[in-house]
Design a protein around this ligand. Sequence first.
Ligand SMILES: *Cc1c(COP(=O)(O)O)cnc(C)c1O
Length: 334
Amino acid sequence: MSFIDLRSDTVTLPTAGMREAMARAELGDDVYGEDPSVNRLEATLAERLGFAAALFVPTGTMSNLLGLMAHCGRGDEYIVGQQAHTYKYEGGGAAVLGSIQPQPIDGDADGSLDLDKVEAAIKQDDFHFARTRLLALENTMQGKVLPLTYLAAARELTLRRGLALHLDGARLYNAAVKLGVDAGEITRHFDSVSVCLSKGLGAPVGSVLCGDAEVIGRARRLRKMVGGGMRQAGGLAAAALYALDHQVERLAEDHANAEALGRGLTELGYSIEPVQTNMVYVDAGGQASALAAHLLERGIRVSPAARLRLVTHLDVKSADIPGIVEAFAAFRRS
Ligand SMILES: *Cc1c(COP(=O)(O)O)cnc(C)c1O
């Protein structure tokens, strides 16, 4: 039985074209800086996103960790959203491995952090306090796109207050496609950006951290330290390059599928958060487990949660949407 997997956009499998590109990749030892495919990926993303340098790493978690550690030292602090991936879903790595104190603040419903709250959280220069060094934003944030005007305001604030600005852009390209802008229009506001190739872009493994030469130089040293120096990683870099060249524009299909799914579920009477990109959040109330079991019997995988997240991606086709809506309808009738 083949499943429709709505748990995450990490579940995508490499396409035939991507597998071919991986097989053909030129390889070398990347720790020596000699893997031509990795070097091409790093140069390509740095150039496209407007940075001097970039670093290929195994995961987005490592990419964010290296970014935070490249900007912040022991006893420094970063301001971050309560629900942000870097704060909540990365095992506390910045604190554990970087001795960086997080200062979480509540996010707004649109995925942004209120900049007045951010400014109020910046600590004075006083030996009682950790040194506030950085603001970390996430875009898309749970499927929501941060407006360009907001990013400009965050840039203005961080420059005025002497903070660095990091973007967890795991789904940067979903945001760019949704806004209809070049991804560089988003990233130009930041000092460092982490991009996941293994989410909706469909590569099997890998993220890239972009920044200036100094930040990436520090991150390269830290990558070795945490065990992320890979050798003939060019097959993975080739998959990532293939994704960047062939699987960015198609993210619009994922967004259209999510919108259609959200519309279908709304018509059934489900309460849905506004859909912007490839995520549909459904209020499943106390029925999440029963609903997940019901869907699984019909070949649809979801992670049970009261705030149920449905994610569209490369391996969910528009022709799958009516069947998914029908499976929800059957649950409502049952
Ligand atoms: C997936 C994700 C990451 C990184 O995850 P890895 O599984 O470590 O690659 C970082 N930030 C966000 C917002 C994510 O969704």
